[in-house]
Design a protein around this ligand. Structure first.
Ligand SMILES: [Zn+2]
Length: 214
């Protein structure tokens, strides 16, 4: 009896924050903690190339980092199902898009991981919002090194050489460009710039934003 009870408890989904059984990866109280940490990011993040940025979480949160680590380093694509409607920034729910597109990750990494994180995220988001996902909007060349050691300006220059718009890309109007993490924002800026050649409005969405001190 106790064994069965323990087993059931073991199999129940748990909150990433406090470890208590919870249907969502963050229980109600942990979600409000994460939200208060990231409340700074909920407002519009304006850049020249995109119209508005929507951000769910603060990347500096250990809970969020752990969740992303499982998805990216442990190739647990199914953990993206943890993302629920209540994790989306409220101002994003008021928007509707002609298409949701994903900024592509490095092809070498994606094939090692067996999925592209942003692509899966875009599909998940499209399902949550009941909107269209357009797959393969961009073409990205493989790069065997790492962009991690690059400064912001180097990244910015380099990414333009790696990523281009696919020639058969058709959507226009209002587009939502998604990626998992925003650090310098260089990738998303380039992606939005490319989309702006077709679309009249481009918003971006990321799961988490990394705060970089200058
Ligand atoms: Zn919790």
């Amino acid at each position: 009896m106790n064994l069965a009870k323990n087993l059931i408890q073991e199999l129940m989904p748990r909150c990433e924050g406090c470890g208590k059984p919870s249907p969502s990866f963050l229980c109600t109280s942990c979600l409000s903690i994460e939200r208060s940490k990231s409340s700074f990011y909920f407002g519009p993040v304006l850049r020249n190339s995109w119209d508005q940025a929507h951000i769910s979480f603060d990347y500096d949160s250990k809970v969020i980092q752990n969740w992303l680590w499982r998805i990216k380093e442990k190739s647990q694509a199914e953990r993206l199902q943890d993302l629920k409607f209540e994790h989306l920034p409220p101002n994003m729910l008021e928007c509707s898009y002609d298409a949701i597109v994903a900024f592509p990750g490095d092809p070498t990494r994606s094939s090692r991981r067996l999925f592209d994180v942003a692509d899966y995220l875009g599909r998940r988001l499209a399902k949550l919002l009941g909107q269209n996902f357009f797959s393969g909007a961009f073409v990205r060349r493989a790069f065997l090194g790492t962009l991690k050691d690059f400064g912001v300006n180097e990244r910015r220059a380099f990414i333009t050489k790696l990523v281009s718009l696919r020639s058969g890309f058709l959507p226009s109007g209002r587009l939502l460009l998604v990626d998992d993490v925003m650090t310098s924002g260089a990738s998303l800026e380039w992606g939005a710039q490319l989309l702006k050649t077709r679309a009249n409005r481009v918003d971006v969405y990321v799961l988490a934003r990394k705060f970089i001190s200058k």
